[in-house]
Design a protein around this ligand. Structure first.
Ligand code: PMV
Length: 347
């Protein structure tokens, strides 16, 4: 391994799941397939500097967040490096400085694990490619997604493409439990520049970490039915992406969001992650959609914030509605405007 030192910088976006990943087996294998829209504006920018050292059997790295040392993220990175060493055998031959920042406010309640792990995986793959220049681009992105998955499951959907499937699905060619793949078929123009406005309802620390959350699906009374439903919903989305049928799209997406929360409400122990304002927002969206027939809908992550999803050609009216009627339900009136994006970028 002849490269002595250097650095790379990658940005990687967050993503929002339409069919949710909730429940996993060993080695970050998902219990069901999921699909997400890649975001464009909410991203992590990570610079990786590397310098050759003796392989003394230890990982060696410094971690900076917004330019300042960040000790409390280190155990997560250490664990990540341990998991991926088998795929990147050179890791102990370098000292790394990982310098990372997010474009969205931290403590916004927006998880940065997907974008953060994806950005780090891209950087490490750039070093791997520098050491093995013959690697194909397809291999590069597939392995980056596999590594990102080992950092945080949903991170494997933040590498490449605007609609990304993770997990084996009978009717999606190339789909795999090991990495995310770009949705293989053409996507209807209705989804072009699809908008996602993220309403920050509660910026507090997550009550339930996703690790705990996935665990709750072991011995969950409805787990098997839920996993089967995810396959069915993804199957329906295949047709919907092709037809552009937004009415059907909305049914699947909102049902998936509520099912995710239903799983948490019916696990042992049980949790309610929605806040009163989450429900106010959902009801206001339903009322607005009924009255205007504008195809706007919501989805949720494992928290109280609401993602408002709508086609680009309804942007003006929906943003006005958000400002007039929804901002009041957001903590300090905060929301983030995002839209569908294309994945990680070398800066
Ligand atoms: O990637 P994790 O382990 O943080 O899990 C993410 C789970 C959800 O965001 C709730 C759903 C998903 O598919 O992104």
């Amino acid at each position: 391994h002849s490269i002595k030192k250097g650095n790379f910088q990658w940005s990687a976006p967050s993503n929002i799941a339409l069919v949710k990943y909730w429940g996993k087996k060993d080695n970050q294998i998902p219990a069901n397939p999921s699909v997400s829209f890649t975001l464009n504006n909410c991203k992590t920018i990570t610079k990786l500097a590397f310098a050759k050292k003796q392989n003394d059997g230890k990982f060696s790295f410094d971690l900076l967040f917004e330019g300042k040392p960040k000790e409390d993220f280190k155990p997560k990175i250490q664990k990540f490096l341990e998991r991926i060493e088998v795929y990147l055998p050179f890791l102990k031959e370098y000292h790394f400085t990982i310098d990372t920042e997010n474009t969205f406010p931290h403590s916004s309640g927006i998880a940065s694990s997907a974008s953060g792990m994806a950005a780090l995986a891209m950087n490490l793959m750039s070093l791997e490619k520098a050491l093995n220049p013959k690697m194909t681009s397809a291999y590069f992105y597939q392995k980056a997604s596999l590594l990102a998955r080992l950092g945080s499951g949903s991170a494997c959907r933040s590498i490449k493409g605007s609609v990304v499937v993770w997990g084996n699905h009978a009717n999606i060619s190339g789909s795999s439990d090991l990495f995310g793949v770009e949705f293989p078929n053409a996507i209807h123009a209705n989804f072009k520049n699809f908008q996602d406005t993220i309403l920050l309802v509660d910026k507090g620390e997550k009550q339930v970490s996703s690790t705990v959350g996935h665990d709750l699906m072991h011995n969950h009374p409805f787990a098997e039915r839920r996993f089967a439903q995810a396959h069915e919903n993804l199957g329906q989305l295949i047709t919907i992406f092709e037809s552009g049928n937004l009415e059907e799209f909305i049914k699947i997406v909102e049902s998936e969001a509520l099912t995710l929360h239903a799983m948490m409400m019916t696990s042992m122990p049980y949790f309610i992650l929605m806040k009163p304002n989450t429900l106010e927002i959902i009801n206001a969206i339903w009322k607005f959609r009924n009255e205007t027939k504008i195809p706007v809908c919501f989805t949720l992550d494992a928290g109280a914030n609401v993602h408002v999803l709508y086609p680009n050609n309804t942007k003006e009216k929906v943003l006005q509605f958000i400002k007039d009627e929804l901002v009041g339900y957001c903590q300090n009136g905060q929301y983030l405007c995002d839209e569908i994006g294309n994945g990680a970028l070398l800066n």
